[in-house]
Each structure stands twice: as C-alpha cells, then as structure tokens.
Design a protein around this ligand. Structure first.
Ligand SMILES: [Zn+2]
Length: 96
C-alpha cells in the first residue's frame, strides 16, 4: 500500500487532470487496444536515467502515469512540463 504522503495532493491531482484534459485530444485512444478509458495514477512515477553503463539511482524524470483500463498499457507524461512537479536542479558536477 502506498503511504498517503507519497500520493498526489488534491491540488496536484487537479493540475494533473487539467493538464491531461487540455493536452489530449478527444479522439485520443490507447495505442495498443484503441480503448478510450484511462486511469490517472494518484502517485507520480519515475523514469530512471541510465548512463555510463549503469542506472543512476536517485535521479530521474518524474511522470504522470496513465493506465488504459482495458489492456493496462501505461503512458508516461512529464510531471515537470505538466506543472505538477518542480524541475530539479541541473547537475553541473561534470562541467569543466
Ligand atoms: Zn489499451
């Protein structure tokens, strides 16, 4: 079970739902089964970064996760671009 503190707040859920509504066309359907009914997860997902031959734990892209209610196909949208998650600070430790 996911602890409540890790779930989106009501305000974040409203932002996420508005962004999805504003950006997905009415004709949008699942790319796998063409179903049109989706569920927006109440937590953010993360796409982990990979570089130098290894997974970079502790960093990644926060995502809104939408799941097709028919076939369970998962779609990811940038939570930063959707205004739900703040942009992280850029790592400049390798900049010379
Ligand atoms: Zn589907």
């Amino acid at each position: 079970m996911i602890p409540d503190k890790q779930k989106l707040t009501d305000e974040e859920q409203q932002k996420a739902n508005k962004w999805i509504k504003d950006h997905l066309k009415d004709s949008f359907s699942c790319p796998v089964c063409r179903h049109k009914d989706f569920h927006l997860q109440d937590t953010l997902g993360i796409i982990t970064l990979f570089g130098g031959g290894a997974t970079m734990l502790g960093t990644g892209y926060p995502t809104l996760v939408m799941v097709c209610k028919n076939c369970a196909y998962m779609m990811f949208f940038s939570a930063v671009m959707a205004g739900v998650s703040p942009a992280g600070e850029e790592d400049t430790s390798d900049v010379k």
